[in-house]
Design a protein around this ligand. Sequence first.
Ligand SMILES: Nc1ncnc2c1ncn2[C@@H]1O[C@H](COP(=O)(O)OP(=O)(O)OP(=O)(O)O)[C@@H](O)[C@H]1O
Ligand SMILES: [Mg+2]
Length: 338
Amino acid sequence: MNVLGIESSCDETSAAILSDGNLLSNLVSSQDIHNVFGGVVPELSSRAHLQIILPLVKKALQDSKISLNQIDLVAATAGPGLIGALLVGLTFAKGLSFSLKKPFVAVNHIEGHIFSGFLMNDKPEFPYLCLVVSGGHTLLLLVKSDTEIQKLGSTIDDAAGEAFDKISKLLGLGYPGGPQIQNASLNQRTDFANFPVAQCKNEFDFSFSGLKTSVLRFIQKEYGDASKIPTNDLPLIAAAFQYSAVKALIEKTEKALQNFKVNSISLVGGVAANQMLRDEFQKLSNRYTKKLVIPSLEYCGDNGAMIAYRGLKLHQAGIKYGYDFNAYPSLSDYSFIK
Ligand SMILES: Nc1ncnc2c1ncn2[C@@H]1O[C@H](COP(=O)(O)OP(=O)(O)OP(=O)(O)O)[C@@H](O)[C@H]1O
Ligand SMILES: [Mg+2]
């Protein structure tokens, strides 16, 4: 079974070919045009997807040595994401599926991330505790099977990735912020400032807006404003922020581990690329002797491979999608997360 997976929910266009469970290609084209704006500009994103999607799919087929009529299933992200961006990939996938007379599957982007650990050789084992940390979401989930996902907690304000992006912007380190904060923090002490970990009413929920404000207040108190931060202090502030953000994610995950019986742990989404977070998850999994699956870096950020994999599972579960299935902006619209 050859599955074509297409991802276009934000600022990455991706096409992947999954053949009998083996990934033959996973091409990701990132849109650098947004960097000067310090964030994704939706209209520019849609146009960039439109320009790249056809050559990207052609190249994915070429690299996989698969011809178009050998495709058995077309899977595309339908949401959540930027509507214009989603429509490009989704409409392309529907058109292709219709012309090939092969089924089409609409995939929830976050479910793509949740199951991205299955792209690794060593796979998660159900039930598993999954922390989704991305640009738009922070979710702590109990994944019981392909179609049963229980939400334990989520962010009540900003997503973890959003906090990295905003602090990076505040410090003048650039966009996307996660990699910049990580690089700036490398080999720095973490106790230059003591930024808080928010406690929420639901013990598995997260909050990052207080942490953001606390970094801002620290800067205002110490330097007046961000433009006056001495160059030597920038990495120290970045490292203290990263430490608190990671601590918050670890603390809630550990609480969940103490409360739910699971066979493994999985850390997924763009922020799962963070080395400090990966290291702390490794320590957590050692402490609780639980198998840990963190996708390799190419499957943490947005990619077509996770969409192809999730699409295949939905298709195998017998779930059918008509061509009237539309793109949707929010996670709550069509999701197995309950
Ligand atoms: N090394 C890193 N450390 C911390 N954060 C990182 C790192 N690398 C990437 N990120 C963050 O990951 C986020 C992007 O992840 P991803 O592409 O999964 O998000 P998205 O698709 O925009 O959002 P969502 O998946 O919620 O729809 C950005 O916020 C980016 O700063
Ligand atoms: Mg994503």
